[in-house]
Design a protein around this ligand. Structure first.
Ligand SMILES: [Zn+2]
Length: 320
């Protein structure tokens, strides 16, 4: 069977939505969709939503005359990649602890299933088809409501000994810093996640007794900075300073070829990436920094589902 006639289904499970797609190994998305994940209701409801999404993509596969050779699933939390199931609790999905993703989906559809952490799969997507295409040593950071990320070493995702790697947002860059949701202090997430950025700007405005715009979002802060607002620029300088420290350390430890920055905050644009890059210099050792590129993620909101079908394509290839 030629590669053009094979396709893979990718599912990206989130607290609010399940995103899904039918894609080919070359990265082409043939069809995609999105529906409420019903993750707050029950585990069975979430599996029902997954079954519906898969059935829809199998119908699409028929209309494209492609054979679905495997499915990939991205989920929050620690995912036991070897067994395709959740390990322990998933903080944003209270009903999803220990969910047996592979068991449920394979017994229903009789198609091989692989599952992995969602941030790992975004990283994989950028490696296969996005900003880090062609690189074998990659670090990805996603800056959003939280900070996540992934590490690729010699073209393989690094998952850790018990599949909890890699929580890049919980790298502590200040041992006397503010408390973080994870129980530690001074994590990069407490400085450069979207809520932390908004809080920083709000505090700076309050200190000067300036009125606070309502609402404040990171987009608004970046726009104010572009318009020459000094406080907004101070906030961004601080974020870049902290991110520079974190990324500099990652470069020293892993000596990657590319560091990819994604997530909603990175939508601020290339100038923001430039400012982070400036902050990295002086924070990383010259030998580790040589030849490294800092790139903005290029797959946007599709990275999760694209990474999910890329995982299935990778694993299917390894089988055959
Ligand atoms: Zn933390």
């Amino acid at each position: 069977m030629s590669n053009d006639s094979l396709a893979f289904i990718g599912l990206d499970l989130g607290g609010t939505f399940l995103k899904y797609a039918l894609g080919r190994e070359d990265g082409k998305v043939l069809a995609k969709g999105k529906m409420p994940s019903r993750a707050q209701e029950s585990r069975d409801k979430t599996f029902e939503v997954m079954f519906m999404a898969i059935a829809e993509m199998l119908e699409k596969a028929k209309s494209f005359s492609v054979h679905v050779a495997g499915m990939g699933v991205g989920s929050p939390g620690a995912v036991d990649f070897d067994h395709g199931r959740i390990l322990g609790n998933t903080p944003n999905l209270p009903n999803w602890s220990d969910a047996d993703i592979r068991g449920e989906l394979e017994s229903r559809f009789n198609i091989p299933v692989w599952a992995d952490n969602d941030a790992n799969l975004m990283t994989l997507a950028e490696c296969r088809y996005g900003a880090a295409k062609g690189s074998r040593y990659v670090i990805a950071l996603t800056l959003g409501t939280g900070i996540g990320g992934g590490i690729v070493i010699d073209d393989q995702l690094y998952r850790g000994a018990r599949f909890s790697g890699s929580e890049l947002g919980h790298m502590s860059i200040n041992f006397e810093g503010p408390p973080c949701g994870c129980g530690c202090v001074g994590c990069i997430e407490a400085y450069a996640s979207a809520p932390a950025i908004v809080k920083n700007y709000r505090e700076k405005l309050a200190n000067k007794h300036f009125p606070t715009p309502n609402p404040i979002t990171t987009e608004i802060i970046f726009q104010h900075a572009k318009d020459g607002d000094l406080l907004a620029n101070q906030v961004i300088d601080e974020i870049c300073f902290y991110l520079g420290a974190a990324i500099g350390s990652l470069i020293n430890i892993f000596n990657p070829q590319v560091v990819v920055i994604g997530g909603g905050v990175a939508d601020a644009g290339d100038e923001f990436i430039q400012r982070i890059w400036q902050a990295v210099h002086g924070r990383a050792m010259e030998a580790a920094l040589r030849g490294v590129r800092l790139e903005r993620a290029s797959l946007g909101n599709d990275a999760g589902v694209v990474g999910a079908f890329a995982l299935a394509a990778d694993c299917y290839k390894a089988l055959s």
